[in-house]
Ligand binder design. Structure first.
Ligand code: ARG
Length: 464
């Protein structure tokens, strides 16, 4: 015995009520209610356009506007009752609107479908959230610039293969992070361009027979233009994938910064102090101060990359046009947004309080024969071939290792034992200060160059 579920969507078509579990299984309202404000924004623009082409009367438009304003207030106040029977955010709002204003509420869906509605909502939602992400990104960039400015001439070892390679300035190292974030910000800008195209008007898949004015709706919603193809508009989620890819790169960058901070905060490196407010202790080992924030950020990078994989897989088998599969795009997307915003925020809050231990950094650069390349370059300037110079410096380093001294601590006569070309002024190139100061071309680590890079970056960031 079957009964008609009068609550059911398109109920006239169905002789059977929806299976109780299927109703829960297919509903998305628990998570897509997050796009409620964008859904209302889209409906307001759509209604205005319907009025302009004579489909809604002036009083119907006013009713819709008043009803939607009330719904917006109810949602804002946490008083809106979401119902699983109404399946998703779109149907919930429409049903409530009809409760409130009657027949005009039922007319709102003229010339549109949930397929173009949802595609529009996600774009509006992402556009808003990209703004939030960019604000946090910028805060972090400013924090890095401040720290870099304080440490434009703080010397630390630069690493390759995590072995001491050449001295660099801490400011220069921080500016490397800054550069990565600048590209991340650019990627978001770029993603926003393709995101900002309006699907509304594509209706279910083929467009609509009503004389809709898509340019008007696009303009009302701040979209660049209406989309070109209705099938594509309701179907593709490449903009969401692109966003999640950009978010994954942000997280990858944050994860790499985290890894460095964690290493540097260890007793073995002892390059930095992460303030207590960003660390926790151990429940068993009283001496512990764990760098939780960077560790968690490093960990969270995995879930965003996972979301990227989910979205790619979600799309790959879908024929045109809309398929219910696409409902699965939201949770990964929402979690990506939350994760990126929170991680950037935690980093932006923490970085201004990170304290560099200049002395340990300096001593560590000194212990690693970081100026060996400078000695080789010096010998080349004296006329030796680079390979011969490399060989000679290798011998000098060996003596340093055996006698536990830095190159700058070997005596002139010891050095001259390796090459008679070496004279007293060699010591100016063997110092860490001399080594960094010499690298003053654009992109180099010299304090004066780093200061210039910081100035230029500050200027750009203030403009942007
Ligand atoms: N909740 C749906 C989604 O997230 C809205 C679109 C539903 N369209 C449909 N034809 N069932 O994708």
């Amino acid at each position: 015995m079957t009964s008609v579920n009068t609550e059911k969507l398109s109920s006239a078509r169905f002789a059977q009520a929806t299976d109780a579990f299927v109703e829960i299984f297919t509903a998305s309202v628990d998570f897509d209610q997050r796009m409620a404000m964008q859904d209302i924004q889209g409906s307001l623009a759509h209604a205005q356009m319907l009025h302009s082409i004579g489909i809604l009367t002036a009083s119907e438009l006013v009713d819709i506007q008043t009803g939607l304003a009330q719904i917006q207030a109810e949602i804002g106040a946490g008083k809106f009752v979401w119902s699983i029977q109404q399946e998703d955010v779109h149907m919930n709002i429409e049903a409530r609107l009809t409760d409130l204003i009657g027949i005009a509420g039922k007319k709102l869906h003229t010339g549109r479908s949930r397929n173009d509605q949802v595609a529009t909502d996600i774009r509006l939602y992402l556009r808003d959230e990209i703004g939030v992400i960019q604000t946090q990104l910028k805060r972090l960039q400013f924090a890095l610039l401040d720290l870099a400015e304080q440490h434009a001439d703080t010397i630390m070892p630069g690493f390759t293969h995590l072995q001491v390679a050449q001295p660099v300035t801490f400011g220069h190292h921080l500016m490397a992070w800054f550069e990565m974030l600048s590209r991340d910000a650019e990627r978001l800008d770029d993603c926003k361009k393709r995101l900002n195209i309006m699907p509304l008007g594509a209706a279910a898949l083929a467009g609509t027979s009503y004389p809709i004015d898509r340019f008007m709706t696009a303009q009302l919603l701040g979209f660049l233009r209406p989309s070109n193809n209705s099938l594509d508009s309701v179907s593709d989620r490449d903009f969401a994938i692109e966003f999640t890819a950009a978010a994954s790169l942000i997280m990858l960058h944050l994860s790499r910064f985290s890894e460095e901070l964690i290493l540097w905060a260890s007793a073995q490196f002892n390059f930095i102090d992460i303030p207590d407010a960003f660390c926790t202790g151990s429940s068993i080992m009283p001496q512990k101060k764990n760098p939780d924030v960077p560790e968690l950020v490093r960990g969270k990078s995995g879930r965003v990359v996972g979301h990227l994989m989910s979205l790619l897989m979600l799309m790959k088998g879908q024929p045109l046009a809309y398929n219910k599969d696409n409902q699965e795009d939201k949770e990964p997307l929402f979690d990506t947004v939350d994760t990126v915003v929170n991680c950037l925020r935690a980093f932006a809050d923490m970085m201004p309080h990170v304290e560099a231990k200049k002395d340990t950094m300096y001593q560590s650069a000194k212990r690693g024969f970081a100026t060996a390349t400078d000695l080789a370059d010096y010998l080349v300037r004296k006329g030796l071939a680079f390979r011969d110079a490399h060989e000679i410096v290798g011998q000098a380093v060996r003596l340093g290792v055996e006698t536990n001294r830095d190159l700058s601590e070997l005596s002139l006569s010891e050095l001259q034992g390796f090459s008679t070309q070496i004279t007293e002024e060699v010591f100016s190139v063997l110092t860490l200060e001399g080594s960094v100061a010499a690298r003053k071309h654009i992109g180099g680590t010299a304090p004066e160059t780093v200061r210039k890079a910081i100035k230029a970056a500050q200027h750009l960031l203030q403009l942007g």
